[in-house]
Ligand binder design. Sequence first.
Ligand code: C2O
Ligand code: CU
Length: 503
Amino acid sequence: AIKRHYTWEVTYGYKSLDCYKKLAVAINGMTLGPTISAVQGDTIAVDVINNLLMENVAIHWHGIRQIFAILKLHFLIKQRGTPWSDGTDGVTQCAIMSGEKYTYTFEVDRAMTYMYHSHYGMQRKGGLYGMINASVPGVTDPFNYDADHGIILRDWYHHSACDQSTALSSIPFQWVGEPQDHEMTIIEADRQYVESFVSKNLFIYLGETYSVLVTANKDPSKNYWTTINVVSRKPKTPNGLAIFNYLPNHFLQPPPTNPPIGPIWNDTNSQLNQSLTIKARKGFIITPPRKPDRIIVLLNTQNTINGYLRRSLNNVSHTLPTTPYLITLKQNMSDVFDPSPPPEDYDSTNFDIYTVGNNTNAISSTSIYKLQFNSTVDIILQNANSMIRNVSETHPWHLHGHYFWVLGYQEGKFNLLRDVQKYNLVDPIMKNTVALHPYGWVALRFQADNLAVWLFHCHIEAHFFLGMLVVFESNAEKVGDIPNINYGCGKNQSHGPAIVFIN
Ligand code: C2O
Ligand code: CU
């Protein structure tokens, strides 16, 4: 394992990614940002220089647990983690101000395709994101392939992220296979091998990662279409198209066929079925603990608070304090966030998930869930009708710092006594992002084995922005020394200035 050092300058730049010129956020001039290629066990150090003139920055390493691998063998309460490098403004650090430099240091503790993205406001929409590819030294995958290509799918808006800060929703995607019979074999999801299955379409939700194999065994004189189309929300934009290029054809040689039309955007059954199909691959199964120590049920709703549209969990819409939680807890400061515990459940007997809820009593809060270190926690995400009749949205939920087992999905209202019996405790997949389907529930289990403070949130940036997040804390006071540079905002201004970088 080696240390890989990068210097990234974050700036604005005019980009025409879809032939429409707009202001985007760039890393070293690039939108998409540079790809980090690493080997499992490598330490990555990224100096981020914020040369945006008017905005702060924080970069999150999505899927990286911020734990050093040597600690997996020990049950030390004082583990050597780097939670301060998680890159979450308001949770683990003060955002990097214009003109400042911040160094993120973390280990790629397991091989996979990861992504990184801004975790400051809605800046991800501005284009600050990219990929991390990590392989395992000397180990080959249990599949054969000749070439490895990375693809990031995402929304691209013509309005700026600032313009959109009250926009309602971002969009999960469906990647539709090629019509002339190229099929995909799905082999990996969120860094775990899955029991492989073949499909023409793959539903990918925001924040998820998949590996698929495609065999180039068709007529090589042609190129082929790949279509990307929006699901879960009625699309108002044309499908995304890409060319599947057979060499030596020119990569712009148009395929002779019409591009495939994707499945219907609201075909929830197919989406649920895909979710139910995904199981951990035999030989790579990590069995979950049989029983949880704690069960937290989170009802996902849309609400209004003081006339503003918000997103809530158990009628609490979360806001982030101006002083990051990690620092507050480490320094044992008070008056930064609401110390009362947030609700662990909702009134499930009387709440009707199929009608527009009358959620007049929703509140905004900075409260957090304190989890006992090493305890087993179940999270039940329960979906419901939005504030529009007959509409329930898909929410891709992402957990920082941990991977969870996905124990079950179903349509309808979760019932503890009945549904726990149906959990898959045999070969559940471990993921960091999972889709909560319309009018359904999903049950997750994870071990709170990572000290510090971690976000759990809907990965649709606008939903996150509107309060669709919770914060989990586990013995944050025991983390090692937080670098000085993480301080410097809210009630911490006195702790020493961040290093000022003058260009
Ligand atoms: Cu990729 Cu908190 O997100
Ligand atoms: Cu959402």
